[in-house]
Structures are given as structure tokens and as C-alpha cells.
Design a protein around this ligand. Sequence first.
Ligand code: ADP
Ligand code: MG
Ligand code: ZN
Length: 474
Amino acid sequence: MKYEVVIGLEIHAELSTQSKVFCGCSTAFGAEPNTNVCPVCLGMPGALPVLNKKAVEYIVRAGLALNCEIANYSKMDRKNYFYPDLPKAYQISQFDLPFCKGGYLNIQADGKEHTVGITRIHLEEDAGKLVHTPGGTLVDYNRSSMPLIEIVSEPDMRSAKQAVEYAKAIRNILLFAKVSNCKMQEGALRFDANVSVRPFGSKSYGTRTEIKNLSSFKMLQKAIDYEYQRQVSMIEKGEKIRQQTLRWNESSNRIIALRSKEDAHDYRYFPDPDLLPVILSDAFIEDVRSKMPQMPEEKKKMYIEQFQLSEYDAEVLTANSELCAFYEEVLQDYNEPKIAANWVNVELMALLNQSDMLVEELPFAACDMAQLLQNIQSGKISGKMGKGVLADMFETGKSPEEIISAKGLSQISDTAELEKIADEVLANNPASVADYRAGKEKAIGFLVGQVMKATKGAANPQSVNEILRTKLNE
Ligand code: ADP
Ligand code: MG
Ligand code: ZN
């Protein structure tokens, strides 16, 4: 029998507020262990939490960006469990009345558009971090009470590829909405994958397992593939899938069972008596909406309508918030949207892909790229030379001006010299000259090519063309 995979994701994103969600401690990453702490985030008895207004604004923004309904009335609840990284022995989270519900996100995967439902987005605090050393386990509470949102999807994905595309699209939206820096290497974006299988055509879902804390797209993909195979082979052996919480082990590339899955009632959720319910007026929600940064869909539309970019170029740029920001920065100094899009999407992307680098890792700034394009526009260097200069910028981080002058690049714009070369070319190619004069327009292409060759590509083809035409029409 053939089995279909069914996937729902829970995505945790750290909000980029300055301070933690219930106290004034800094959220800066990488501080000395246990220095960004206070009685509230250390869970001292009697210390009282105060909800961070900015965190509420950010979760509302995330909810609007993901087409959710924003609740006018919500509350914070205690989720009770014991673990050394959780000093209060409860996590403040949201149970039945989260800030955002009922959204969706459209994604492209497997050559089609899919809609993934978003069940809810709730606000919660992070736990501390256990650091395992040969001498024992240490605990760092700097992360304790960091603001998190959890975005819970419907079980709407049907392949690991779709799950990865969904996760990437969520990251992109959160970056555009400026609510999280989404740095996966710092744990600011983490995925839990819920996976089940069922025979193709079946209407009901199979029993799911949940793989916790996947911290990269690659891990997400591998863990889902592995879990799908594991469940299928169990079913084929006649075994039953148990509802379980699992962990992906990156070094052995396999899944480890953590515990049998708990149910909501195991956590004894109850409203946190230290925090008031949160009432959001329509005016507050509208205010957040009116201050929303431009989202990718909107930008895409603008690029197509105002900049006349192709659908494809607009899609590539807006699917990557860093690339998009870079592109717009280039435009500040070089206002030719179509030409700039072409250089960013084709030439720059090729260099990045070849060396498996991210836009954020570029050794030069957007204004350098703009300067390069200006040099091409003005005819100082040719487009072909420009590609070489860009490759050098990529390699060395030097400015285009530096590279152009160090290499003695620059098109021959000295007309006297070009005229001389043109005369020689015309004298040496009487057949083409005759063809052109007999009305064969195309013959000029060959002659231009000969001049370009004689100058080793250093002439501006347009000027060459003009000079030749003038001479031929004399
Ligand atoms: P829990 O806290 O128990 O993990 P949540 O409601 O927070 O429960 O999350 C459940 C997640 O599991 C959702 O993302 C949902 O889409 C997904 N899910 C539910 N049933 C299935 C299933 N049969 N197969 C795959 N995913 C599922
Ligand atoms: Mg879960
Ligand atoms: Zn604190």
C-alpha cells in the first residue's frame, strides 16, 4: 500500500523586543550566563510579572501578517511542569484564549500553490537553557522569560518539501513584519513537526508523533523523511503507532524517543492569577495594522505594477527579505529598478549560490553595487567588464572604483582612437561594407564585432555602432 504523510508544524519565534516578556531584563543574545536575570525571570516567590506591551504589539502584527483574527479579549495561563530550566515549575503561556486565531498562508511547493491553515498564534515565555559539560549540567537563565510566539498550523502539509516551504515562508513573513530576527543559529526560530501517515485516499488522520526542537530547514526535512519511513515500516509490520514526543539526533541522523506524549490536561492549565486578562480595543488593533511594514505580497504587486518587473523577478526578490532589502538599498543610489533587479537576481544570485552564501554575508554594501551599475550606465565600463568587477567585489570586498582603477579597466571613449580602429576594420572588410551599403543591415553587426575584438572588448559597443554607421553612410 502507498502511504501519504500528514504534517502540522508548531513554530516558535523569539520576538525582537528590547526587554523580556514579563520583566525589564535585556533580551541581548550572548551575554555572560545568568547576567540578564532578575527575581521575576528567576521565578522567585512573590515576584510579579508585568506584560510587555511591545510583545503584544508584535504578536498582533504577526497575526495580521498571517491573516488571523485578533482577539479583543485574551488571557495568560500557567502550563505546569517540572524541569530544571523552568524555575517557577510553570511556563506562562496561553491556553484557550490566544491573541490570534484562524489565519492562513499561501505557499508554493511541488510546482503548485497550497494554502496552509494557521490554527492559532499565542504568546509565551521561553525556558532557560541547560548546558551539558563533562563535569555536569549547568543552567543559564538568560533565556528564561524571553518573549516567544508559537504559530500552530493545521495538519495541512502533505510532503516534507511543503513543510520546509511553509517554514521558510513563515520566516520570511516574520522578517518582513520586523517582529523577530529569526536567527536560527541563535535559536530564535525553532520547529516542532507533527507527523502521521495514512493510506492514500483515506479521509481520517493516523496517530501523530511530534519531533521537538528542529533548528534548521535541513533538520526539518530530514526528520520528517525519517519519521515517515519509520511509521510506514511499523505499519507494514502490523505494529501500532503510539502518540509520542521524539527528538531528532543530528549526529546520528535518527530519531530518539523522549517520552510518551502528554495531553493538555496533564499540564493543569489555569489562568495566571498574577496577570490580568488583556483587552485589545479595535482602535489598538487598527493602529497596529496602519503601522504594518509592507508585506511581501504587497511589495510584489508594487514591483510588477510600478517597477515593471516580471512576475518571476518580483517573486524571487520578495521571497527573501534580506535580498529584497538589499535591492531596495541599491535603488536608493541607482534608480533603474529593472536593470538593478536583473543584476541582483541573476549576477549576484549566481555568485551567492556558487559559494553557498547568504546576502547578509556579502563583503560589500548595496551602495557599492549601485556604484558599479552607475559605472556601466555612464559607459565608463561595459556590462561584461561589470560582471568581472562584481566577481572581484565579491571576492575582495573592494569598492568598484578601486577595482576599476587598479585594473586599468574602462571603455575606450577616446573617439579619435575608436575612429582609427573603425577605419582599419572598414578597410579590411570590403565585402561586409558592400553588403551594408547594398541594404543588408545585419552586416553592421559583424563590423561592430571586429572593432570590439580589436579593442579587446574595451570599447562601448553603442559608440562603435554610431561611428561605423556615420562612416558607412558618408
Ligand atoms: P500539542 O500541544 O499537543 O502539540 P497543539 O494543538 O499545540 O497540540 O499542536 C498540534 C499540532 O499537531 C498542530 O500543528 C496540528 O496541525 C498537528 N496535528 C494534529 N493532528 C495531526 C495528525 N494526525 N497528523 C499530523 N499532524 C497533526
Ligand atoms: Mg505540540
Ligand atoms: Zn528578568
